[in-house]
Design a binder for this molecule. Structure first.
Ligand code: IPE
Ligand code: IPE
Ligand code: MG
Length: 250
């Protein structure tokens, strides 16, 4: 069978967000719609990652952050949690060489100490192998929660003996798992949900939020393109007034 031709998508007239963050939601509903077990949805979701990473490289996005497992997701049935751990390990086994060859630099956001030694070692190996790559930074948020991240930063700041007067927003940011990276410009949540669910709550203070109706396994290159087009229609004011707005204060 002939390979499906990629639709030409031209972003030359648009500003491309530097950092895109995605809450990959809807795997369970994707599976339920097909009368499949939830884990089949997670497998399809993991396969979709490859498409989105390729699209980010094609669109020249510099940083992609994906929310893969939250600190709250531990409360799911044990079988599902174990299934998600196994999928993460398998993705690293199967995709790492290709990601490295593509110039992807992998970072981890979150706390790996709660997961198996085997998975910790795979993640450490991936970070070490890809640390000098420059095509795209891929942040994998796994066992990640925004509140836990802020607490982790606060503890490190205290144990470093930083004086309250020296603590600035910039310094605080540098203690987060994303230290040194630009804040997300665009946060996409698939499956139509309108929640933040503890994702990048500090870093996304001025991100543009975009709810995508598709379940994560169905969110592809064209849907990402549409999100970037929508992002371009936003007026990012950062608390200021738009140029040309009515300045009559009386
Ligand atoms: C997102 O899909 C993946 C994870 C949270 C790990 P869900 O599993 O939340 O799918 P829904 O929301 O139940 O459809
Ligand atoms: C957020 O999705 C976490 C991830 C995508 C990893 P959830 O499905 O866990 O969030 P809620 O429960 O709908 O808020
Ligand atoms: Mg969900």
């Amino acid at each position: 069978m002939a390979r499906k031709q990629k639709k030409p998508l031209d972003l030359s007239a648009y500003a491309v967000p530097r950092h895109v963050a995605i809450i990959m939601d809807g795997n369970g509903r994707w599976a339920r719609k097909r009368k499949l077990p939830r884990i089949a949805g997670h497998r399809a979701g993991a396969e979709n990652l490859r498409r989105i990473i390729n699209a980010c490289v094609e669109f020249d996005i510099q940083v992609l952050t994906i929310y893969a497992f939250s600190t709250e997701n531990w409360g799911r049935p044990e079988r599902e949690v174990q299934g998600l751990m196994n999928i993460f390990a398998r993705v690293l086994d199967q995709e790492l060489d290709d990601l490295h060859a593509q110039g992807i630099c992998i970072h981890h956001l979150g706390d790996m100490s709660g997961v198996s030694q085997n998975l910790q070692e795979k993640v450490m190996h991936a970070l070490e192998l890809t640390k000098d790559n420059q095509t795209l930074t891929l942040n994998i948020a796994f066992n990640y929660g925004g509140r836990a991240e802020i607490l982790h930063a606060a503890r490190a700041i205290l144990s470093d003996g930083v004086s309250p007067d020296d603590l600035t927003e910039e310094l605080f940011s540098s203690y987060l798992f994303t230290g040194g990276l630009p804040d997300p410009d665009l946060v996409i949540r698939t499956s139509g949900e309108l929640r933040v669910s503890n994702f990048l709550i500090w870093q996304a203070a001025y991100a543009e939020y975009y709810p995508a109706p598709a379940y994560w396994p169905d969110f592809g290159r064209e849907e990402l393109f549409e999100a970037i087009v929508a992002f371009n229609k936003r007026d990012r004011r950062y608390g200021l007034v738009t140029e040309g707005a009515d300045t009559n204060t009386s």
